[in-house]
Design a protein around this ligand. Structure first.
Ligand code: AMP
Length: 296
């Protein structure tokens, strides 16, 4: 595995892969890697000839007062996980490499960036879309892998790729969870033991709603009630919403299409998000089907 820190070096290295007709897979991350990232890297390694992983804590997607300065880092461990899961190239640029002096051009996502996390993190998805667009231009991957864990992010990126005619296929990988259900997240490292117990409220509620849905429950109100029940454990519930899986518009009444049940909450000072996708038709259950390029 090669570790590369500049855009010029990365381009030179990837040119040789491309000249050999290799299919390039790309997994953008902010580091402090865990098995959720590992699942993305493994999928890329299985489907592509060369896998590039980037580690870049993007200042442009953090708001004032968010955890940019404290974001957990462990490059040595990250390198081990990348190697173990099949990455071929690890790209670790400095902030000045990605945002040199004078930088001023952004990608502005549309309506999809407004609900859910968009209400609480103004400018977040603009920062995400911009850095992902830049990384796509730098890496020029054939396939790019994102986690369902960040559902709105995946939807925003898919839309950007379509709207701006980027020649990359976006693959969304299901959320990897701890044995007890908690979605893996780099931010779980912030949780004190007592908070870790209470953090389970997010997945407990979502998975209870999903179990009810799988058993035939189709009432939005009832599904929200089930997901809400454990959430008195959290310190600040930002949102719990059932939305159309593609438009992210609030859905009510009977669930007659693929929807996403999404939650964001603070446990202590840690902001956690999670979601489940509920699809009345079995073939719509995977995010890749519900968000296929033909879909909208
Ligand atoms: P991050 O480093 O948090 O920016 O995440 C990098 C990528 O890993 C994003 O596409 C995330 O959605 C994905 N990811 C993070 N946590 C998980 C998880 N538990 N399961 C699957 N993918 C994940």
């Amino acid at each position: 595995m090669r570790v590369v820190r500049t855009i010029a070096d990365l381009r030179a290295l990837l040119r040789t892969h491309r000249e050999q007709g290799q299919r390039i897979g790309f997994v953008p991350t902010m580091g402090f890697l865990h098995e959720g990232h590992g699942a993305l890297i493994r999928q890329s390694a299985a489907r592509c000839d060369a896998t590039v992983v980037s580690i870049f804590v993007n200042p442009d997607q953090f708001g004032p007062g968010e955890d940019l300065a404290n974001y957990p880092r462990d490059l040595e461990r990250d390198q081990g996980l990348c190697l173990e899961t099949g990455a071929n190239v690890l790209f670790i640029p400095e902030v000045s490499e990605i945002y040199p002096t004078g930088f001023q051009t952004h990608v502005e996502p549309g309506r999809l960036a407004e609900p859910l996390c968009g209400q609480f993190r103004p400018g977040h998805f603009r920062g995400v879309a911009t850095v992902v667009a830049k990384l796509f231009h730098i890496v020029q991957p054939d396939l790019a892998f994102f986690g369902q864990k960040d559902y709105q992010q995946a939807v925003v990126i898919r839309r950007m790729v379509r709207d701006l005619n980027m020649p990359v296929d976006v693959v969304v990988v299901p959320t990897i969870r701890e044995a007890d259900g908690l979605a893996l997240s780099s931010r779980n490292a912030y949780l004190k033991p007592e908070e870790r117990t209470r953090a389970l409220a997010l997945s407990l509620g979502l998975l209870a709603a999903k179990a009810a849905f799988d058993a035939g429950e189709r009432s939005t109100a009832r599904l929200l009630e089930l997901a809400q029940a454990p959430l008195q454990q959290v310190d600040d519930l930002q949102y719990l919403e059932l939305v159309d899986a593609q438009t992210l518009e609030a859905h009510d009444g009977t669930v007659d299409r693929t929807v996403a049940l999404c939650v964001a909450a603070y446990v202590g000072t840690t902001r956690l998000i999670d979601n489940v996708v509920l699809s009345p038709s079995p073939e719509g259950a995977g995010l890749n089907v519900s968000l296929s390029p033909q879909a909208s």
